[in-house]
Design a protein. Structure first.
Length: 653
C-alpha cells in the first residue's frame, strides 16, 4: 500500500475537504450500515434522491432462486418527473446539456426548462400516435438532443424505450424490434461522423422488411438528406410536434416502482442478445446515487461522459443519473479524432469540464497520437477522471493520470455492467489512494464475493475466482425481456443464491478488487460486448463457410481483437477476396463494431470426443501463447492443433 499511497494520493487531502465521503472510516461506516440495515439505508436514499407520488410499502422483497427482485414495492413515481419537473422551480434556467456537434461550428446549450418543454411536446406527439403505458418503443438515433428527449418522453407516458446504438446494423435493429414487440421506431435521416453524413434511416428501412408489426416511424431531420417518407407510416419529428391541438404539457404517468423504464440489449455467451430490463424506481435511485458519490458531484460541476447514450453508460450517466441530480453535462455527437486528435481536449477546455468519464480504448488510441495534442489545451479545470468498460492497462492509466490529470486527478476505475444499472466496484475520490488498474471497493449496498470452482469463497488475498454478488441492490436488472428462465439460468444458477457476473477477479491484501475479465464466451472489443456465438452465426451465414470458431486476442488499442478460425466447404478455396467478404458479412449482420481483425483458414478445429470446440486452446493459439496450451489429452484428433499452429496468423504485425 505504501508505494501506491505515495504515488497516487496527491488528490486525497484536497478532496477530503469537500467530498461527500471523507476518508476510509466514513466510507466503512456507511458501507457497513448499507449491508447490515439495507431497509433503513435504502429507504433514506429513496427519500433523498427521488420524489414519489406514493411511498413504498416494503423496501425490499426478493428470492434469488427464482430471480424475483422487488424494490420499493407499492411505491409510485415517474422517472421523467424526477429528471425534469422537480428541477423547474430552482433550475429552469440551468443548463442540462451543452451539446457539441461533430462539426465544431455546431453547438447548443439546452436548459432544464427547454428540455422539459421539448419532452412534454414529444410525449404529447407519442400519445397522439397511440403510444400507451407499457408499449415498447425502439430508438435508433445519433447523439443529438432528440435522443434524451425521446427517452424521457417515453418514460413520461410510461412507454418502455429500447435504444439501439447507431452503430448496429439493420439485422440487429430488426431482431430487437421483433424481440420486444415494438410498434413504433424513432430514428433520424442520418448522423454526422468525422465531417461526413452517415445514413441511419436506410438501416431502419431495411430492418422494417422483417418487422410487419411496426405501425409508426418518426424521423428527425438531422443531416438534411432530402429523403422521402412513406405517407401514413412515417412522420417527420418536426411536423409531428407542430401538429395543431397537441398539448404543451403531459401529466407524467404514475408508475409502479417496479414497472419497466427501459430495455437494453446486450450480448451474452449464446447467440441471441438479451433484453435487459430496468425499472423506474430502483434503477433510477441507483443511477442517481452512484452519479453523485462516484463523481463526487457538486453544484457548478461540468460533467462529461463520452459514451454513446446507446450503451448503459450513457443511459445512467448522461441521462438518468445526471438529470435526477440536476447536473450540467456535455453531450458530444462526434468522435475523438475529428477534426483532429485533440478534439476531446478542445471540448474540455471550451466548457471547462471538471469531471471526465471515458473508456480505456479511447485513452489508448489518443495516447498513441502523442502528447502534442494534449499540450495545445488548457486542461486545468479537470478534477476527476473516470474510466469504464474494460480493464485499464497500467501504461494507459499512467498516461491518463500524468498527461490529462496532471499527476493529480484521481482515476476512478468503475467496474459495472449493463445488468447492474450503475457502478458496483469503484474508488470514491475522497476515500483512499487509487491503484492503477484496480476498481478498488464495493459501492454502498454491494456485497461482492470471489468464489472458487467449488462455489466456496476464496481463502487468500490475490486468489483468482469468479466474481459474484451476494445481495440485491436497487439498480440490478429484473429480468430478460420475455425470457425470465434465461435470466435465472444466466445470472442465478452458476452460484446458487448469488448474482453471477461472468467476470473473474481477485482482491488484494488491502481489500482492493482487480477485474481479470470475462470467463464466458464474450469478447470485449473497445469496451463493447460481443458474443462469440453471435459472430460465429454471422460467419456461417456465408454460403462458402462450413464452420467457424471465434475467440478474442490481446489488442493494443481495442483491448481485445476478434480472431476467427474458418473452415470452408469442400471445393471452396481461401482467398483475400473471400476474407474481405467475410469481414463485410459480419459487419452487415451485427454492425461496424463487429469488425473481425484476423481470419485464419482452418481444416479442422480442436474438439472434445463429444464434439465440443475447445476454445481454451484456440484462445492460446490466437494469443500466440503456444507453451500454455495445457492438457490436450481430451482432444479427439491432436494433429489438428499442430496444423492450426503452423498456419497461425501473426497478430503482432
Ligand atoms: C467489463 C459497461 C474491467 C466487464 C458498463 C463487464 C470492466 C463488462 C470494467 C460489462 C472495468 C466494465 N474494469 N472490466 N472498470 N467495466 N468491464 O455491459 O467484463 O457493456 O462484465 O457494461 O465490461 O460491459 P457492459
Amino acid at each position: 500500500m505504501t508505494e501506491f499511497k505515495k504515488a497516487y494520493d496527491a488528490h486525497l487531502e484536497e478532496f477530503q475537504k469537500n467530498a461527500h465521503i471523507k476518508g476510509m472510516e466514513a466510507y466503512q461506516r456507511l458501507y457497513r450500515e448499507s449491508l447490515e440495515s439495507p431497509d433503513t439505508f435504502w429507504a433514506r436514499q429513496a427519500d433523498h434522491y427521488l420524489t414519489w407520488y406514493k411511498k413504498w410499502d416494503t423496501v425490499l422483497d426478493y428470492d434469488f432462486s427464482e430471480a424475483r427482485i422487488q424494490w420499493f414495492g407499492g411505491g409510485r413515481l415517474n422517472a421523467s418527473f424526477n429528471c425534469l419537473d422537480r428541477h423547474l422551480e430552482t433550475r429552469e434556467e440551468a443548463v442540462a446539456y451543452y451539446w457539441e456537434g461533430d462539426d465544431t461550428a455546431r453547438a447548443q446549450a439546452y436548459t432544464y426548462g427547454e428540455l422539459y418543454r421539448r419532452v412534454n411536446r414529444f410525449a404529447a406527439a407519442l400519445r397522439h400516435k397511440g403510444v400507451k403505458k407499457g408499449d415498447r418503443v425502439i430508438i435508433y438515433l445519433p447523439m443529438i438532443i432528440e435522443l434524451p428527449v425521446a427517452m424521457l418522453a417515453c418514460a413520461r407516458i410510461g412507454a418502455v424505450h429500447s435504444v439501439v446504438f447507431g452503430g448496429f446494423s439493420a439485422e440487429a435493429i430488426a431482431n430487437r424490434i421483433n424481440d420486444c414487440g415494438a410498434k413504433v421506431v424513432i430514428t433520424a435521416d442520418g448522423g454526422f461522423r468525422s465531417g461526413k453524413p452517415v445514413a441511419l434511416k436506410k438501416n431502419v428501412d431495411e430492418a422494417l422488411k422483417k418487422c410487419p408489426a411496426v405501425k409508426t416511424v418518426i424521423v428527425v431531420n438531422h443531416v438534411d438528406s432530402g429523403i422521402f417518407l412513406t405517407p401514413g407510416l412515417e412522420h417527420w419529428w418536426h411536423e409531428l410536434i407542430a401538429l395543431p391541438g397537441l398539448a404543451d404539457e403531459v401529466e407524467p404517468e404514475p408508475m409502479d416502482a417496479e414497472d419497466p423504464l427501459f430495455i437494453l440489449y446486450t450480448s451474452g455467451s449464446t447467440g441471441k442478445p438479451k433484453g435487459v430490463v430496468h425499472t423506474h424506481g430502483g434503477y433510477l435511485l441507483y443511477a442517481a446515487m452512484t452519479m453523485e458519490y462516484v463523481f463526487d458531484l457538486h453544484p457548478g460541476d461540468i460533467f462529461w461522459c463520452t459514451a454513446d447514450i446507446g450503451w448503459i453508460t450513457g443511459h445512467s450517466y448522461i441521462l438518468y443519473g445526471a438529470l435526477v441530480n440536476g447536473a450540467t453535462s456535455v453531450m458530444f455527437e462526434g468522435v475523438p479524432s475529428y477534426p483532429d486528435f485533440d478534439r476531446f481536449w478542445a471540448i474540455v477546455e471550451k466548457y471547462r469540464v471538471n469531471k471526465f468519464y471515458t473508456a480505456p480504448t479511447a485513452i489508448r488510441s489518443l495516447a498513441r497520437e502523442g502528447e502534442a495534442h494534449v499540450k495545445k489545451h488548457d486542461l486545468s479545470s479537470l478534477m476527476l477522471l473516470g474510466t469504464v468498460g474494460e480493464p485499464i492497462n497500467p501504461e494507459a492509466w499512467r498516461w491518463y493520470h500524468h498527461h490529462i490529470g496532471r499527476d493529480w486527478c484521481p482515476v476512478i476505475d468503475t467496474w459495472w455492467q449493463t445488468e447492474t444499472g450503475g457502478h458496483m466496484l469503484t474508488p470514491l475520490p475522497g476515500v483512499a489512494p487509487v491503484k492503477p488498474g484496480s476498481c478498488a471497493f464495493p459501492f454502498f449496498g454491494i456485497d461482492p464475493v470471489i468464489i472458487d470452482d467449488a462455489g466456496e469463497p476464496v481463502k487468500h488475498p490475490d486468489e483468482e475466482g469468479l466474481l459474484c454478488i451476494r445481495k440485491p441492490w436497487p439498480g440490478m436488472a429484473r429480468t430478460v425481456f420475455g425470457d425470465h428462465e434465461r435470466f435465472i439460468s444466466t445470472y442465478f444458477s452458476q452460484a446458487p443464491g448469488m448474482y453471477f457476473t461472468g467476470d473473474a477477479a481477485r482482491k488484494d491484501e488491502d481489500g482492493y478488487f482487480w477485474i481479470i475479465g470475462r470467463i464466458d464466451d464474450v469478447i470485449n472489443v473497445s469496451g463493447h460486448r460481443l458474443g462469440t456465438a453471435e459472430l460465429e452465426s454471422a460467419l456461417v451465414l456465408h454460403p462458402h463457410v462450413a464452420e467457424a470458431a471465434v475467440v478474442g486476442f490481446p489488442h493494443a488499442i481495442k483491448g481485445q481483437g476478434i480472431y476467427a478460425f474458418v473452415i470452408l466447404k469442400t471445393g471452396r478455396e481461401p482467398s483475400d477476396a473471400l476474407k474481405k467478404e467475410l469481414v463485410a458479412q459480419v459487419r452487415r449482420e451485427i454492425g461496424p463494431i463487429a469488425t473481425i481483425d484476423v481470419v485464419q483458414w482452418a481444416e479442422g478445429l480442436p474438439k472434445t470426443r463429444s464434439g465440443k470446440i475447445m476454445r481454451r486452446i484456440l484462445k492460446k493459439i490466437a494469443a500466440n501463447k503456444l507453451d500454455e496450451l495445457g492438457d490436450t489429452s481430451t482432444i479427439a484428433d491432436e494433429s489438428v492443433i499442430e496444423k492450426l499452429i503452423k498456419d497461425k496468423v501473426d497478430v503482432s504485425k
